[in-house]
Design a protein around this ligand. Structure first.
Ligand SMILES: [Zn+2]
Length: 119
């Protein structure tokens, strides 16, 4: 599992008593679809490149296989969740975020490194 640069957008999620929690999300309009995931046990972020033909029809749990989370060591097939639909805040609480349906401008995208799963 290596870090890989991913074009993504920043969103701001909230939890009761806590606002402006930074989250990141990808959109398919970049021509490929890198999806983000999190380890729900520790909050580490990962990505999967679903344009990789080796992953066709496979679930994230299947792609994670025997890999353990690089941060907390838990088996990813059990702790992986779609992100930022589910995210773990600094205080350990689990939040949920749905990206805006309005596709943001490409110029507002940022490049950020995420650990790639499955390669
Ligand atoms: Zn973890």
């Amino acid at each position: 599992m290596k870090p890989r640069l991913v074009r993504c957008h920043q969103g701001f999620a909230s939890l009761p008593g806590k606002a402006n929690i930074e989250v990141y999300y990808t959109i398919p309009e970049f021509g490929y679809w890198n999806k983000l995931f999190t380890c729900i046990e520790c909050g580490e972020l990962f990505m999967i490149d679903f344009d990789n033909p080796a992953f066709a029809g496979k679930t994230p749990e299947k792609i994670a296989g025997e890999a353990n989370c690089s941060k907390c060591g838990n088996p990813l097939r059990e702790t992986i969740r779609a992100y930022p639909q589910s995210f773990r805040a600094d205080d350990g609480r689990i939040g949920h975020f749905e990206p805006d349906r309005i596709i943001p401008l490409d110029t507002e995208s940022i490049a950020k490194e995420f650990v790639e799963i499955g390669v």
